[in-house]
Design a protein. Structure first.
Length: 285
């Protein structure tokens, strides 16, 4: 069972009424993108605490915007949410240190790949409300999609807060079955790499067909980006859009006959997603 949640930063609910403190553990690319989204939605910077023992210049500069940057969590009080945005390999060291600031009303959001609800629960106080998420790279420009699943301790109010925090970087979707996150990882988590590969190989094929390499690269980039935006804006599904641009017996039909052959792109994509999902399951803990 899946449930859809709200959408784009510009349409997401305001964060001006968030109760308590929002704690961000790790303000790298993804954590930093979330923070920018929150501030853009009206969150008072004074309500944000970034925990970073050795802040780089960009993180230290947040203090100039009113965000508190501290080395350890002990000084935090009244945490409404703790967002864990560190690398998964650092989890065993840093997540248990959050135990002292997690109260009954606190929801913990993890954007760490592969860290299960059960695994996170072992590192936090019993009964902690935990939301596991899988964001993707376009979240760094506010155009991502994040899929979330919560444990049994997450209340309706905590889920609403988590949803608003996640929607600050794009769309947010919720599932009830945590095992679906392996497939989510394979489709949307790893998916940007597949799209970049398409642009890369399309550019290379254009150069092989005789185009100057730099022109072919520009054509491929603009085509992939423009088509993605068209898909985003259109009410039609991808199959309909593909059919609309394919004239019978034309050039596009000739190309698609190759791409959609028995051993073509559909089969390769199924195998690729299956391989990524398997690997996601192997890495989960």
């Amino acid at each position: 069972m899946t449930t859809s949640a709200t959408s784009h930063p510009h349409g997401a609910a305001s964060l001006g009424d968030v109760p308590g403190t929002l704690v961000l553990l790790g303000a790298g690319k993804m954590g930093g993108a979330m923070l920018e989204g929150w501030l853009g939605l009206g969150l008072d910077p004074a309500k944000v605490v970034v925990i970073e023992p050795q802040p780089v210049a960009a993180i230290a500069a947040l203090a100039g915007r009113g965000v508190r940057v501290i080395a350890a969590p002990e000084a935090v009080r009244d945490a409404a949410a703790v967002v864990i945005a560190v690398k998964p390999q650092a989890a065993a060291e840093v997540v248990p240190r959050m135990a002292g600031i997690v109260g009954p009303a606190t929801v913990v959001l993890s954007i760490m790949a592969g860290k299960t609800l059960a695994g996170l629960a072992r590192m936090l106080p019993a009964g902690t409300a935990i939301v596991r998420t899988m964001p993707n790279l376009p979240a760094s420009i506010g155009r991502g999609i994040t899929v979330a699943v919560g444990n049994a301790a997450v209340t309706t109010r905590q889920r609403d807060l988590a949803n608003r925090l996640l929607a600050a970087t794009g769309a947010a979707e919720w599932v009830e079955d945590e095992t679906l996150l392996d497939a989510v990882t394979a489709v949307s988590g790893s998916g940007p790499a597949y799209v970049f590969l398409l642009a890369e190989t399309l550019a290379r094929a254009g150069a092989t067909a005789g185009l100057p390499a730099d022109l072919s690269a520009r054509l491929a980039r603009a085509t992939v980006a423009g088509s993605g935006e068209l898909l985003r804006r259109s009410e039609s599904d991808a199959a309909t859009l593909r059919q609309n641009v394919t004239s019978p017996g034309g050039t596009t039909a000739a190309a698609l006959a190759v791409l959609m052959a028995a051993t073509g792109l559909p089969q390769l994509m199924e195998e690729a997603v299956a391989a990524a999902a398997r690997r996601a399951g192997e890495l989960a803990d």
